[in-house]
Every structure is written in structure tokens, then in C-alpha cells.
Design a binder for this molecule. Structure first.
Ligand SMILES: [Mg+2]
Length: 366
């Protein structure tokens, strides 16, 4: 069988929203006497993830509470930091960082300028310092594991039946999810779906665990920190490290297409454990190659047009079949491309997925 079937994770296989919102609310109510959780503030903070990424090893991406995020929230709730001043400053930093990213496509140069930009912002620096001081407090550190324990996850109705059918019939299917590789593994385990995806969790940020990426990033960070980056700008080692980091980071977002090329290259070279290929790849340029001949049919099940449906349609055109779950937080997202009905179907929930897959797999249209 030549078909490959890709499944998105969040909002497709389970209800991703309340899974993290409810425990977070409960945790702050119990530990910090917060009766009304400040959601507006929380979402605003999350919008500036890129700014904090530059300073924190762990960021607060994907709703996974960290002690850093807990400290920041506590500081803002306790009014030890003026929220409006902080957010104004974050807006300005974020804007400047976006400009710098365009100005300096080499990651080391960007990082150097970004650090200098951050050093100019007093309110931000003070907040970060305060947050770092309290994030090691035992009470704050205890929030993270407690939050993990409270995050109960259940797959949508029909998910297990669907994977049972596909496994029994010998179809090849993979998890095509945007986000942090370790977090996505954590979720799959929580959902008790790990037996279906051994070696097949192809999370877009796998590169954070890739030794070639890690070593290149280390080279850049060391040179930036010891001040030698500018002097070594044209050295082979620095140029290579910059290129490696730049290319791996192109895989981060699904809507930028390269992620899907990388995923297909990995499956083509090892259909049983493509995850290993991505994690061990030494040559991002091979993963980014757009030279893909669709020798098989590609089926995708997801909830978002911009990240799950349109990129695959653009790459594979009539050799793909897309099933969009029109439910959850992105249910009203519009499809901005004309995709023929024979290649695109919508369903109100996951229960409708298996029948559509069966029909498509049996019919064959290539
Ligand atoms: Mg999704």
C-alpha cells in the first residue's frame, strides 16, 4: 500500500483547550487565592513568547505552565510590576525583534543585536530579574508537576477505532504536528496513543533535540556571549553554524511548507521510524529539498486550513486528500484556496473521519 496518512494532534485528536485551561485556573485558585483567573493577561503574555524565548531556556509555549510563567503571572497579579508598562515595552521589543529578524538573516547576528535591544529595556529587564528570583521558590516550582498531573486528556470519540482499523489493515500513518517534540510526546502518552505512533511522532520542532542543531546553536551562543562572534563572522565554523541553525528553524511552522517536505523526505528514507531520521539528520538542506515526487497518495486529517490543509494541497495537488474537522477553536476558519471537492472534505467531529478515510483508501484516484 502506497498511501501515507498524516494526523494533526491538537484539536484534531483531542479537545486541547480545556485540558490546560481548567487545571491552570484551579491551580491558581488553590495556591494563590485567585478567584478569577486573568485570562486576558495570560494570553497577552503568551503573545510575547519570542521575546521571552531569548532569555529563558524554557519558554511558556503551548500552554505548558513553567515556573517562569507562574512567576510572571504572580508578579503581575500581585501588582509588583505595572502590567500596562510591561506590555507597552513588550510591544516595542517585539516590533524591533521582528525588524531585526529581517535585517539579519544570520541567526548569530540577529541574536547579538536582539540581546543589545533587550538590554535597553529597563522595565522588561527588571521584570525578568524579579521573575527569575521567585521562579525557584519551592511553591512556584511545585506548580509545574502538579499542573502536569492535573492535565487529564481523552481522545475524541472515534480516534482509537480509527487507529485500530488502520493498524489492522496495515496502513502507514504518522503524527504531523506543529510544536515542541517533547511536549507532543507527552501529550500522546497522556492520550494513551503511544502504541500507534512508535517512531512516528513528527513534531515540527524536532530540531531542538537534533545534535547537529544543538551543536551549531552552542557555537553561536558561545561566540555571542564571549564577544568573539563579530570577529569570527567570516570564519567557516561560524558561517556553517549560522546556516545550520537558520535552515533547521525554517521547519518550525507548518504553514511555511518546509516542514512537510522534511516529513516526506524522512518517511521516504525510513517509513517505519522517520522520527529517527529527523532527530539524527546532519543535513538540513536535504530535508528542505523541494524535490518530492508523490509516488503515493497523501491523506491528511486536521483542524486548520492554513496549517494542515493548504500546505499539502500546494505541494501535492490532486495527489492528496484532506479531511478537515470543523470543530473546536478553529472551526470558523475560512478556506482561502480553491480545493476541488474530490480532494477536500469537512466533518463536524472525529467520528466522521474513518468512513471518509475508508472510502478514499478503497476508491483510489491516482
Ligand atoms: Mg490542530
Amino acid at each position: 500500500m502506497n498511501e501515507i496518512i498524516l494526523f494533526d494532534l491538537d484539536h484534531t485528536l483531542y479537545e486541547a483547550y480545556n485540558t490546560w485551561r481548567n487545571p491552570l485556573q484551579q491551580l491558581f485558585r488553590e495556591h494563590c487565592s485567585i478567584t478569577r483567573f486573568p485570562w486576558k493577561m495570560y494570553f497577552k503574555l503568551r503573545d510575547f513568547n519570542n521575546v521571552f524565548d531569548l532569555l529563558y531556556q524554557k519558554s511558556f509555549r503551548h500552554h505548558w505552565l513553567t515556573s517562569e510563567l507562574a512567576s510572571l503571572l504572580l508578579l503581575l497579579i500581585e501588582k509588583r510590576v505595572d502590567a500596562s508598562l510591561l506590555f507597552d515595552e513588550l510591544e516595542r521589543i517585539d516590533f524591533r525583534l521582528r525588524v531585526l529578524r529581517h535585517k539579519y538573516p544570520r541567526p548569530g547576528m540577529y541574536r547579538l543585536s536582539a540581546m543589545a535591544t533587550l538590554a535597553d529595556h529597563k522595565v522588561f529587564q527588571k521584570t525578568v530579574q524579579l521573575a527569575q528570583d521567585i521562579c525557584n521558590a519551592r511553591s512556584v516550582r511545585a506548580l509545574t508537576p502538579e499542573y502536569y498531573n492535573m492535565a487529564a486528556m481523552t481522545p475524541h470519540d472515534g480516534v482509537v477505532q480509527c487507529f485500530d482499523f488502520l493498524s489492522t489493515e496495515g496502513y502507514r500513518f504518522y503524527l504531523a504536528t506543529e510544536g515542541d517534540y517533547k511536549h507532543q510526546i507527552f501529550k500522546i502518552k497522556r492520550l494513551s496513543l503511544q502504541s500507534y505512533f512508535k517512531g512516528k511522532i513528527l513534531a515540527s520542532e524536532f530540531y531542538l533535540e537534533n545534535p547537529s542543531y544543538q551543536s551549531a546553536l552552542r557555537t553561536i551562543t558561545t561566540a555571542v556571549n564571549d564577544g568573539s562572534y563579530g570577529k569570527k563572522f567570516y570564519s567557516k565554523e561560524i558561517i556553517h553554524a549560522d546556516e545550520t541553525v537558520r535552515m533547521f528553524e525554517m521547519l518550525k511552522h507548518k504553514e511555511h511548507y518546509f516542514y512537510y517536505y522534511a516529513l516526506c523526505h524522512a518517511i521516504a528514507s525510513d517509513a517505519d521510524t522517520p522520527e529517527k531520521v529527523l532527530l539524527q539528520s546532519k543535513a538540513p538542506e536535504h530535508l528542505l529539498s523541494t524535490d518530492i515526487t508523490p509516488e503515493s497518495k497523501v491523506l491528511m486529517v486536521g483542524d486548520r486550513n492554513d496549517k494542515d490543509m493548504v500546505p499539502l494541497w500546494k505541494i501535492f495537488q490532486s495527489a492528496c486528500y484532506l479531511i478537515r474537522i470543523k470543530a473546536g477553536v478553529y472551526k470558523d476558519e475560512k478556506l482561502k484556496f480553491k480545493i476541488p471537492k474530490r480532494n477536500y472534505a469537512e466533518t463536524k467531529n472525529f467520528r466522521g473521519v474513518l468512513s471518509r478515510l475508508k472510502k478514499e483508501l478503497k476508491g483510489g484516484y491516482i
